[in-house]
Ligand binder design. Sequence first.
Ligand code: TMP
Length: 209
Amino acid sequence: MKQGFMLVFDGSNGAGKTTVIKGVEKYLTLKGFDVLLTREPGGTPIGEKIREVILDPSTPEMCYMTELMLFGAGRAQHVQEKIIPALAQGKIVISDRFDAATFSFQHFARGIDLETIIKINDLALAGFTPDMNIILDLDPNEGLKRVISRGEGLDRLEDEKSDFLVKARNGYLKQAEQSPEKFEIIDAAQSKEAVLSDVINIIDSLLES
Ligand code: TMP
């Protein structure tokens, strides 16, 4: 793996991204890489304020276009303030969600047309693109059960009808089908150990490439 590399972990809500990301950080740090963890929505002070607005369950009236543009605004700041400078310093950037989530949630689940999604994403990314998306794939109903069993309240998007999360999940699978060179799908219904081991195998092959 060249220095200055960006990995994204994404997928169904409750699929265990946080645990896997911590395991990967430990693995890469032990190998001597300088790793930067970040997330979307969020990742910068401005992005974290935008995150609060986007996920607030007390404002279900948010229009789809407002939501899309807020994700885009946070991403523009994230790329310019944090990601590009970290990659320039040779870091491995690991983001908990990124642009693939906008295609899954705002296009495949919300139904905003693809052209508009591409326009907003292109404005936010300004030519940047992550190197690999690792999708932790899980039945959304199982994912929501896990979120609830952790005692966490549901955010504004998790509070949608279960059909919404099914469409978002299928959105990731479709993106992976269309761009296999940019996506790896992991079965997140396995044990945490098996999921991490699958992910480390992928990372090992990236390290060798
Ligand atoms: P998180 O709970 O994994 O931090 O993600 C927050 C929620 O935001 C999750 O339901 C997915 C959603 N999301 C989008 O709808 N579009 C996006 O572009 C991103 C990054 C996240």
